[in-house]
Design a protein around this ligand. Sequence first.
Ligand code: HSE
Length: 431
Amino acid sequence: MSAHKNIYIGMLGCGVVGSQVAALLEKNNAELSTRAGAKLILKKIAVRDIKAAREGINQSLFTTDAQSVIDDSEIDIIIEVMGGIDPARELILAAIKNGKSVITANKALLALHGADLFTAADNKGVDLYYEAAVAGAIPIIRPMRESLVGDQITRVMGIVNGTTNYILTKMDEEGRAFADVLKEAQSLGYAEADPTADVEGIDAASKAAIIAGLAFHSRVSVDDVYREGISSITADDVAVAKTMNHVIKLLAIAELTSDDRISVRVHPTLIPRSHPLAAVRNAFNAVFVEAKSAGQLMFYGPGAGGAPTASAILGDVVAVARHRVSDSVGPRESDYADRAIAPIGDTKTQFLIRLNVADKPGVLAAIAQVFAKEGVSIQTVRQSGRGNDAELIVVSHGATEEALSSTVSALSKMDIVTKVESVLRVLGSQS
Ligand code: HSE
């Protein structure tokens, strides 16, 4: 290899992902350096506990002084895999200020403070790359930022959280309850001891914000994302979806509204079994992109894990190192469109509403009248059970969340409605 310079790398954090990055950078160094056009040298790794065993990594690289990594004038690239908001944010800003390019897997940080971080990187003329922050190994940031930049993306729908997809897959395939599957997932190490960030859609909301900003050339924060998790999905919901030949998935959806605003949300959604996203099982992730000229594209693969996430990070390392070699930077984050965020109340979607009702003449007519009064058009109605067990399953045409919420509130006040069992969104037409 005729490398004309050395590129020094510092890493912040060395957990499951960081240790794979270090190990693969060492193992595949000759090839990665050839691809980058410079010798890639991992110089320092900042960790909290220097004594923790990290097999196969040169112990002399470790330091507990993160600032010393940021301040090392020889280091060109910082890889941030420590996670969390602070001190990661201050360290990244300091690294940028010191002229270093940064690679991060930190979706929560980007979704909250992306605007400041990207502006700082632009002002300093360095790269801030983050392929690993959304859907692990799946290349989705670069395809959206570069390959599809000649097109107009209209909608992106992602299964971007492996834990919830694993739980929903088991509920669908084995007919089990949420709590039961969650417990098993925790004992197998698929779900965290505190599963809140995954099951309540918090992790997916960060990814949705990043995807929406990229797709629609605007700044989108996690605070703009409407969010519902999967903890209230019941075995009955899954069974009803099944009878309609649908499956329930936690989708992160970013779409352009008819008046050119951004609707960005995370919620359980019934999708037809024939849709490509329905085939994404267990902990796998997938991102389904719809663009005006390209049509429909799907990116599929492992969304988490040490080696898969390290693959995305090392792709960024080589890309950023190439820029350093040619004294350039990659494409800047683009926010020129500055589109407004549509409030959830304005979002149009199809709904499935399950109602426990009195089983007597006139009930259906009275219920249909409530829908009509709120301007929500009904697509199908089905009754299951009889007498005290009667349940009506209503699927609406596209309606706004606001109209739907008024309908549900009116239904729940009716004497003939014992309970509104559940309200779920259905992937379908907006009209
Ligand atoms: N906890 C995430 C998941 C992976 O279950 O997919 C990291 O974002």
